[in-house]
Design a protein. Sequence first.
Length: 440
Amino acid sequence: MASSYALITVSPLSSTPNNKYIHKLSSFSNKTPIFTSINFSRCCKFPGPSIPIWNYAKSFNLSAFSSLNGNCADDDDNFIVVNFYRFVFVENPQDEVSKHISFMQGRDIHGRIYLNEQGINAQYSGPSKDALAYVEWVKQDHKFSDILVQISPAINGHAFPKLKLRYKPSLVQLEEGTSHLALVDPSMRATPLTPSEWRSKLETVNKIDNLSSTMNTTKSILLDVRNGYEWDVGHFDGAQRPDVDSFRSTSFGLSETETEVIDEDPLATVDKENTDILMYCTGGIRCDVYSTILRQQGFKRLYTLKGGVSHYLENEGSNGWVGNLFVFDSRLSLPPSTYKPEISADASGKKREAPHSFAKCYICGSQVSELRHRNCANLDCNLLFLCCLKCVDDFRGCCCTKCTAAARLRPVLIGHQRYQKWHKYRDVESKSGSRLNPVT
Ligand SMILES: [Zn+2]
Ligand SMILES: [Zn+2]
């Protein structure tokens, strides 16, 4: 097997990775972020022996990427995942969509890019040349010039199956839509805290919590504005598991308006005037939306983590965070070291084992070794669940005994793969005439 080299995506975005930057890796610092992402794959462009990349991998604990079968790529074929959003008034969103579509001609970008009168929400993957060209082009428009761009390494080429670039009435999914919300008015949202402000606020909160746990005088609430299954692979220490399966049905703080008080609602009985509500989500967009709703409900002291958890991990490492970060693309979940590679390596370069005893197998309740969901092998269930290796084996990739007897079963996925379209499996099955045997 060919030796491995690191591909470095550098900031500012227009720079091209080259040997010089690889050598600069030794001066990697969070104060001067030279590198916005690090991808680990084989590459013929970076010549050999003078660059002992494997040592870099050890120093910076890039082992998360060492199992990649990255295609031999030149600089520009280094695939990355880019996320950004911006709430701002867009006068003619349909025209805007057309402009973006024409920019994409001849560029290899997959993902979800939505526009409407309230702004843009983009998550996409592509070779760095194309992926960065698009965001640079978007930023040339003054409406979008100050977007916070988040970049992370793709694991195995594209992280999305295709490009969806279109007008969408709601930039995020909410039961009643978002067009009635004052999303473009920053004063209606939570106060954004930088990652370091968030960290010190959390540390203060935890101290107060410890002091006052017996006196019941807690004046702040840490709110995970994501889904329960996202919390399951990683969350801020002290955050309650959200009892929701999709953001569209998030209802924190709304139970007072119902006749029944919802037990799981952490905001049900809080003092709206005097309680600090600290909200976080993956990239910040859900908090911006949800804080607008809470503002309307009369909550006064709302704070959000600017740029979400991904921005936090990039700047503060995993301090206060446990486990991985769930992401809505084919990578499913990323260890904190993806965002800030040096944090989980100690001086000897040895991998520090992150404690994640909170992560349990959905089937048997035992601790899972890998913080990554799988979809139930039963196409008609498709449940996203955490599973221990024994149960993967025993239940053939299904979430329960009933699913193992279902009509449309897919094979057990190995490693970090994702299921493909059903016809891939159906056709194989009809040719061979065989079917997986249900577990008895
Ligand atoms: Zn199990
Ligand atoms: Zn199932």
